[in-house]
Structure formats: C-alpha cells, structure tokens
Write a protein that binds this ligand. Structure first.
Ligand SMILES: O=C(O)[C@H](O)[C@@H](O)[C@H](O)[C@H](O)COP(=O)(O)O
Length: 273
C-alpha cells in the first residue's frame, strides 16, 4: 500500500482494496461492540460494496464480531420487486447477512416494489423506519443523537460511480440537491434501474465514519475531482464527510489521476483504528 495523504489508502488491486476494507470493517465492529454492545452499519450496492461483504464472510476474523448485535441499513436501494437479484439487499443477504446468521430484526431493508406502490412511498416508509429506530435507540450515557430522525451510523460504506455518484445521488439531480429530509425518491437514475431510494447527503454525513471503496480506471476522474475539493452537486462523492473520519480506499487504477500535490502531502495514511 503506497504512502498517501491522510484518509486515502491506495491498493495495488481491487482484491487488495476489498480485503483491506473487509478486515477494517471487522476490526471496527469489534471495537464499537466492545464499547456500545451493538453496532450499526450502512451498506452499499455495487461491485466493490458487495465484494467487501463476501470478503468479510471469508475472513476467519469474522467470528470476533457478534453478528446478532449489528444493525444493517442501506445507503440506497433499487426500487424493484422482492427477490429481484438486482436488489442491494438481496445481494448483501447472499454475500454476508445470511451466511453470518444476522437476525431478520437487525436487517432494515427498503420496501420493495410489490410492498408499496411508488418509489416515493418506499422513500417515505424508509424514513419512517429510520425515525422509529432513532426513537428506540438506547444511547450510552452522555451521547446525544446526531439527528433525531436517524439512528447513529458507526460506519457507512459507499461506492463511487464514474460520474462521481454516491448511493443514488447523481450529479446535478434533485436527489443530490435534496435538503431537510432523510431519504429521497430517485427517478430517471442514469445508472439502471431508474427508480431508487437513497439517503440524502445530509443523512450520509451523520455517519461517524464514511468509507468509500473505489476501483477501476473509469473512476479515476471522479476520484481526482472529489479529492481535489470539487463541489458536491457536480461531484457528489466530494460531499461525503464522516463526522469523525472519511476513508478513501482506492486501487492504483482509480488513483491514476490523483494530483501529485495531493499524493505528496506530508500526512501519510496511518491506521488510527
Ligand atoms: O445501488 C448502487 O448501484 C450503488 O449503491 C452505487 O452507488 C454503487 O455503489 C456505485 O455505482 C459504484 O458501483 P461499483 O462499485 O460497481 O463501481
């Protein structure tokens, strides 16, 4: 792993990136559970996101986590009928949630197209689920909710599209511009399927830590712009800011347009876990 600016780690291959992401997620969950008893993770779709879950399932250290005490949400979900293999939740169940025995009550999936009539109803239902969870959340002494409408997210995983979208927040669209609400219904998404439910950028940024896993030459432009400080409306990935940490795990191909200045910065990536 090349030394790199703080918060950005560069990995030789997508496989190395995914293995590191998975190992760090296990470590983080053990740490959070040791302090809070349970942990909350927000999952993502996409090839890097799902490969990370498969790597967790394959990692012997997985047994150090009490998977019956991890709550799972999604940063976004496609609006499709239940069981459709394009659903992020279907892929996550297959990759990790089912093999690791995560109880159904810990899995908070977005309503599917056969459960509600419109993507707007699915977004509203998801917002209600989130608010109910927030209302019932037992916070340790001295901790305040970050947002009364949302549970506390310990780690929020994101992928990044070639257009720098995160979750289902695409550049210059109503979704990335949405403020004042926790979820948003997306129509005409440039990445199929067209109808999706997404957390808003405001909701995403309530997470304590945000980890963006990005691989492939087609993402190099998005990574370069995001890390150079572009605006979130044009470059949604640039808007991802965890409250305590924002990690970028990128492979060499996706790092190819990173400015020399950024790479030369004297802060190197340390594992402050
Ligand atoms: O539902 C989705 O499609 C994802 O949530 C989406 O935001 C994904 O993470 C990015 O498009 C990156 O996908 P890749 O990792 O496959 O490039």
């Amino acid at each position: 792993m090349r030394p790199s600016p703080k918060g950005v780690s560069i990995h030789p291959t997508p496989q190395a990136l995914v293995a590191t992401n998975a190992g760090r997620l296990i470590t983080k969950l053990v740490d959070v559970q040791s302090r809070r008893g349970e942990a909350t993770v927000v999952l993502t779709g996409g090839s890097v996101g799902i490969a990370t879950l498969e790597a967790v399932t394959a990692n012997p250290a997985r047994t150090a986590v009490d998977w019956t005490r991890v709550n799972f949400w999604w940063g976004d979900e496609r609006f499709l009928p239940a069981g459709n293999r394009e659903l992020n939740s279907v892929q996550a169940r297959q990759a990790m949630l089912d093999p690791l025995g995560v109880p159904a009550g810990r899995i908070h999936a977005v309503a599917t197209a056969d459960e509600v009539g419109t993507v707007e109803e699915a977004a509203a239902d998801y917002a209600r689920q989130l608010a109910d969870a927030a209302a019932g959340e037992q916070l340790e002494a001295g901790l305040e909710p970050v947002d009364a409408r949302l549970p506390r997210f310990d780690v929020l995983l994101l992928g990044v599209g070639p257009d720098a979208h995160i979750a289902s927040l695409f550049p210059e669209t109503p979704g990335i511009r949405t403020v004042g609400q926790t979820t948003v219904a997306v129509r005409d998404a440039p990445k199929p399927p067209p109808e999706r439910v997404s957390l808003t950028l405001e909701s995403i940024n309530t997470a304590s830590e945000i980890w963006l896993g990005v691989a492939g030459n087609d993402k190099a432009g998005a990574v370069g712009l995001a890390l150079a400080g572009a605006g979130p409306i044009q470059v949604p990935a640039a808007g991802a800011r965890g409250r305590t940490k924002t990690r970028w795990l990128i492979d060499e191909a996706a790092a190819s347009q990173l400015s020399k200045r950024l790479l030369a910065s004297d802060e190197s990536e340390e594992d402050e876990d």
